[in-house]
Design a binder for this molecule. Structure first.
Ligand SMILES: Cc1ncc(COP(=O)(O)O)c(C=O)c1O
Length: 445
C-alpha cells in the first residue's frame, strides 16, 4: 500500500543532538565489545551530569501509586508551588492559574507556537529544536544572526531590522537565555531595550528560561517575564538545574496574558498529551518546594557546572586559531574553527558536518556541528557541551572540599572531568595535524 506522508515534513530533520547521542552510545558499546580502549569524548549532548535531588527521587517513589489522569494544566497544588517558586526565586509574581504544567518545556514551546499567530523570529546560532517545531507547524521563520562582537546577544537594532521585513500584525520571538549554544546571559537593561522593540512592533516573546538556574553568577539572572510581562510567555522546568530531563516535566508561566491564550494552550494540551504523568507531577511538588536540600542542590550543582565551563572555556580558548567566548550559564561553549577553513578545504573537508564527522572518526571526539544550530554548513562553528563527567562524584568532592582559588578549581576539574579535559587535548592534537597540512589520523598517545 502506498502511504502518503505530509510533504512539509521533508523539510524537517530529526534533532542532530539526539542522533549523535544514540550514535555515541552504540560506538561505546561497539568499542567495548571489540577491545578498543580509546574513550569517546562526548561534547555533543546537553544533559545534566548529576542525579536528581534525593528528596525528589524519594517523592517519586512515594507517589508511584498515583495513576489517575490529572488536569491538562497540571495538578492544582503543583501550579501553586510553581507560581510560589517563580515569585520567590525570580521575583516573577503570578497566580497558580497563570501556570501550565506540560511534558517538558520543549512541548510547551511547541504548543505556544501552535496557538500564537504570526511568523517566528529565531536568533541564530540557535538551539536545535525551534526551527523544526516552526516547520512542523508550517510557520514562517525569520532567522536573525547574532554577532560575536555583541556577545551573540540579539540587539534591539538587529531585532528591529528583522521585524521590518514582515508585514505580519503579530510576530513571535523565541528568546533563550542563558543561551544554548553560546552561554550568553542578558542583563535587565538589555532585556528592557528588546522589550521596547517588541512593544513597538507587536511581538510576543516565548522566553525559554530552561537554564535560568544554571547561570554561573547565580543572582544575575533576570527573567524576561519581569521586564515584559504583558507580552511574554516564560518556559522552564526540571530538566537542567534539577537534572530530571527524562522525567519530562516543564512549565509555562503567563505573567499577564489574555485568558483566551491559556484556554487555547489547554485545548491543545488536553487534545494531544492529556497531562503529565501523575507520579512525576507529585514528585515535582518537592522539586518546586522551598526545601533546603533542593535549594542547596541547585546551588552546588551550578558551582560545579560553572567550574567545568570556565576551565573548558580557558582550555579551548588557548588552542591556536580557535575563538570562543566564556559561557556565563548553561552547559555549552560556542567555538569558531573558521580560521581552519582553508586548511580543511585543502584536505577535502568543505562543510562543518564533514569536519565534526572526521573528528569523531579520528579522535573519538563528538561536537555538534553548526548546521544543527541554524548556521550555514560552510560556517565552521560548533557547540561544545561540557557535561560528560560523573556529576555525583564531582558534587561530593565539591561539598567536601570546595576549591578556594582558581588553580584549585582547575585541579578539581582535571580530577572530576577527565573526559572533558582530555577531549580538549584531542581537539588540539587534531588541529595540529590540520595545521601541518596532514590528513588527520589517530595517533596513539
Ligand atoms: C534551549 C533549550 N530549551 C528547551 C530544552 C528542552 O527542555 P525540556 O527537557 O524541558 O523539554 C532544552 C533541552 O536541551 C534546551 O537546551
Amino acid at each position: 500500500m502506498d502511504i502518503l506522508l505530509e510533504r512539509h515534513l521533508r523539510e524537517v530533520s530529526s534533532p542532530a543532538n539526539l542522533k549523535i547521542n544514540d550514535q555515541i552510545r552504540r560506538f561505546r558499546a561497539f568499542c567495548r565489545e571489540h577491545g578498543c580502549a580509546r574513550p569517546y569524548h562526548h561534547f555533543a549532548f546537553g544533559q545534566s551530569p548529576f542525579s536528581p535531588p534525593p528528596p525528589v527521587i524519594e517523592a517519586l517513589k512515594t507517589h508511584a501509586t498515583q495513576h489517575d489522569y490529572l488536569p491538562a494544566a497540571g495538578l492544582p497544588e503543583l501550579r501553586t508551588a510553581v507560581s510560589d517558586f517563580y515569585g520567590r526565586v525570580f521575583g516573577l509574581h503570578c497566580k497558580a492559574d497563570q501556570v501550565v504544567v506540560g511534558p517538558g518545556s520543549k512541548e510547551l514551546i511547541a504548543v505556544a507556537l501552535a496557538v500564537l499567530d504570526g511568523p517566528v523570529v529565531i536568533p541564530t546560532p540557535s538551539w536545535v529544536s525551534y526551527l523544526p517545531q516552526a516547520r512542523i507547524l508550517r510557520k514562517e521563520v525569520l532567522p536573525v544572526r547574532t554577532r560575536r562582537e555583541d556577545g551573540f546577544k540579539l540587539t534591539p537594532r538587529g531585532l528591529d531590522a528583522c521585524l521590518r521585513t514582515t508585514a505580519a500584525r503579530q510576530k513571535i520571538l523565541i528568546l533563550n537565555h542563558p543561551h544554548n549554544p553560546t552561554g550568553c546571559v542578558y542583563s535587565g537593561a538589555e532585556l528592557s531595550a528588546l522589550a521596547e522593540v517588541c512593544r513597538a512592533h507587536g511581538v510576543v516573546v516565548i522566553s525559554d528560561e530552561i537554564y535560568a538556574l544554571t547561570t554561573f553568577d547565580q543572582d544575575s539572572f533576570v527573567s524576561m517575564g519581569r521586564v515584559f510581562p504583558e507580552g511574554t510567555i516564560v518556559t522552564g522546568g526540571l530538566s537542567k538545574d534539577r537534572s530530571c530531563g527524562g522525567y519530562r516535566l516543564g512549565v509555562a508561566v503567563f505573567p499577564s496574558m489574555p485568558k483566551g491564550l491559556i484556554e487555547d494552550v489547554l485545548k491543545v494540551a488536553g487534545s494531544t498529551y492529556s497531562c503529565v504523568s501523575a507520579p512525576i507531577q507529585f514528585a515535582a511538588l518537592t522539586a518546586y518546594s522551598n526545601e533546603p536540600e533542593v535549594t542547596a542542590y541547585i546551588r552546588d550543582c551550578t558551582f560545579v557546572n560553572a567550574a567545568v565551563g570556565r576551565a573548558m572555556g580557558e582550555m579551548v580558548g588557548a588552542i591556536e586559531g580557535l575563538q570562543t567566548q566564556a559561557a556565563r550559564g548553561a552547559f555549552y561553549l560556542f567555538v569558531d574553527f573558521n580560521e581552519y577553513r582553508e586548511k580543511f578545504n585543502r584536505i577535502g573537508i568543505t562543510t562543518c558536518g564533514a569536519f565534526t564527522e572526521n573528528l569523531l572518526k579520528v579522535e573519538h571526539t563528538a561536537l555538534l556541528s553548526g548546521g544543527a544550530l541554524l548556521l550555514p554548513e560552510d560556517d565552521f562553528s560548533v557547540r561544545c557541551s561540557f557535561v560528560d563527567y560523573d556529576g555525583d562524584q564531582a558534587l561530593r568532592l565539591w561539598r567536601r572540599d570546595p576549591p578556594a582559588t582558581t588553580s584549585e578549581e582547575r585541579s578539581f576539574v582535571h580530577e572530576v572531568a577527565p573526559l572533558v579535559t582530555d577531549g580538549v587535548g584531542y581537539i588540539a592534537r587534531y588541529l595540529e595535524q590540520i595545521r601541518s597540512g596532514e590528513t588527520p589520523r589517530h595517533q596513539a598517545s
